[in-house]
Design a binder for this molecule. Sequence first.
Ligand code: PGA
Length: 257
Amino acid sequence: MRSKIVAGNWKMNKTRSEAKQLITEIIDGLKNVPGDKTKAIVAVPFPFLSDAFLLTEKISAISVAAQNCSSQESGAYTGEVSAAMLASTGVEYVIIGHSERRLYFDETSTELTQKIKAALKNNLIPIFCIGENLEQRNFGKQNEIVKAQMQDALSSFSKEDISKCIIAYEPVWAIGTGVTATLVQAQEMHLFIRNCLAEITDTKISSSIQILYGGSCNAENAKELFSCPDVDGGLIGGASLRADTFLSIINTANSLH
Ligand code: PGA
């Protein structure tokens, strides 16, 4: 059975002292979370990665992710952060292809393939984000879009490499809007994603890949969403910025194992 993951995507929030405080509160709270089958992940901004790693290093229930990495290995790319640099801080995961990066920074599938390649080369686990926008959903194109996003970015990888990835389905219309996918929409899409993964790998691999839901997931709706058979946890934005709500979501995930 796939274990659950609750990953907090902090985006561009918190100062260093606030970040350390929040992580400390999460760690303290984890002591009271019964069960340890859920993996909690904090995806913090680059400047806090080392602090986050040092605080969480000895606690197996929580790991650290970066929110992006460069598609380039090293060199004259001012302002970029390479996958090797991330790995050297102790980070285990990296979010790749978040819709905000696709939208505001024009990240293309070709670039995302390079980023996934760089991440895997440095033994980082990519959390690869896909999802349709509102217009695409209104035109009933969500399956087509999501399938193309997966095929364009992943089809050049070996089955073994794809098996190392985590997928996050984040409908753009649900991110930060307070509108969540219905349970039917979430389950249908997660199953569709799993079937697409089976086409580019095989059913054994596709049934082992964790697919997270993201988009206004919070302490109130996490239980229903995570109960869907193909939803293996969440990528949480707003609700990950406070220890109590984030811990409550982790608690929920643990209660479902
Ligand atoms: P949200 O963000 O939970 O605030 O909607 C999710 C995300 O963008 O990963």
